[in-house]
Ligand binder design. Structure first.
Ligand SMILES: NC(=O)c1ccc[n+]([C@@H]2O[C@H](COP(=O)([O-])OP(=O)(O)OC[C@H]3O[C@@H](n4cnc5c(N)ncnc54)[C@H](O)[C@@H]3O)[C@@H](O)[C@H]2O)c1
Length: 328
């Protein structure tokens, strides 16, 4: 009986609630709307909701300009997004809910308890948390088997990765539904079988960041050159074949030999990075404050971000074509 109620099919999901209309929520709402879902987006004020709707429109414009979306499909998608001020209105009739409120465990637990009260019993509740415990968030509800992580990457209209994370009590059916739903959005979902901090993507990203900051602090290379060591080198391969296949192709005997002297040399500091702590203390927060490790004059920043999105979209087209080619 219970398992029957679980058997929602991703292709049949129509009503989706997205909670939080910030950077991620607005983008995620657009992804579901383009896949044909009726989306209810909610936040705490009309101003924030209006800003979220502007972000959402902007994301569709970028896709239209990149010729990845037809204007009329973009317009149809926008018509499928409603902005609601009342959480109860957003939750009513929702089959799937995706939460994208700030990264604060106490807040997430509080809102999940509310979703549990307001959403239909069979609805699946997903969190876009970057790495908080799904098990702890799910424990705030009476339906932990129907709670999971669904972690989109920024910007959601560009990056294909979605990490579906199982909490200790998440059912197979829930995880499968979210994996299938992510595929329906044209994403590349991965299943994170165990609820570990940082899931998979951020564990990889932060392992690289820790080493990059260490190389910088040791004065081994400049910030510009450290970034180039990735973008002009392994980063290109990683985008196509990932770190494990890279090792396979290079020869595991070779990688084994290198790892024997190199692993011991890599930074394994457990505490915070002194480089990051120092920059943050000085108010150098990165692009948003005009400077971080690199400098970002305002006009240049706009150009850099536009270029990043345009090049990423072109690159994605190439990767998709390569994928079709290798499967065709
Ligand atoms: N920004 C990123 O690069 C990124 C990437 C992946 C995942 N995430 C995760 O996504 C989540 C959201 O991040 P963001 O960057 O979009 O944050 P954000 O601050 O841009 O947006 C959060 C929104 O939630 C709203 N909010 C707060 N309390 C609320 C409530 N009770 N009900 C409804 N709305 C509420 C806020 O008003 C705000 O508009 C976080 O868990 C974050 O870790 C962020």
């Amino acid at each position: 009986m219970a398992s029957k109620r679980h058997r929602m099919k991703a292709a049949e999901i129509r009503a989706v609630a997205v909670i939080g209309a910030g950077t991620m929520g607005a983008g995620i709402a657009g992804e579901f709307a383009r896949a044909g879902c009726e989306v209810r987006l909610t936040d705490t004020s009309r101003e924030i909701l209006d800003r979220g709707m502007r972000l959402l429109r902007l994301a569709q414009d970028v896709l239209v300009q990149a010729k990845l979306l037809r204007r009329r499909d973009a317009n149809a998608a926008l018509k499928r997004v409603g902005s609601q001020l009342l959480l109860a209105d957003a939750c009513e009739g929702a089959e799937v809910l995706v939460e994208a409120v700030p990264e604060d465990l106490a807040l997430k637990k509080r809102v999940f308890a509310e979703f549990d009260r307001l959403c239909p019993k069979r609805a699946v509740l997903a969190s876009n948390t970057s790495g908080l415990s799904i098990t702890k968030i799910a424990a705030a509800t009476q339906r932990p088997t129907r709670v999971a992580g669904m972690h989109f990457w920024n910007p959601p209209h560009v990056i294909p990765l979605v990490e579906v994370t199982r909490g200790e009590r998440t059912s197979h059916a829930t995880a499968r539904l979210l994996m299938d739903l992510a595929r329906r959005l044209g994403k590349r979902p991965i299943l994170v079988r165990r609820d570990v901090p940082g899931f998979v993507g951020n564990r990889l990203q932060f392992a690289v960041l820790r080493e990059a900051l260490h190389i910088l602090a040791e004065g081994i290379a400049s910030a510009e050159d450290i970034d180039a060591a990735m973008t002009a080198g392994p980063g290109l391969r990683y985008a196509l074949i990932g770190p494990l296949r890279t090792a396979d192709l290079g020869g595991l005997d070779v990688f084994d030999a290198i790892s024997r002297y190199l692993f011991a040399e890599l930074n394994s500091e457990k505490g915070p990075s002194p480089v990051l702590a120092e920059l943050v203390k000085k108010g150098k927060l990165g692009a948003k404050s005009g400077a971080g490790i690199h400098a970002y004059p305002p006009a240049e920043l706009k150009r850099t971000l536009r270029r990043r999105d345009r090049v990423l979209l072109e690159f994605l087209k190439v990767l998709k074509a390569a994928d079709r080619h290798s499967h065709g």
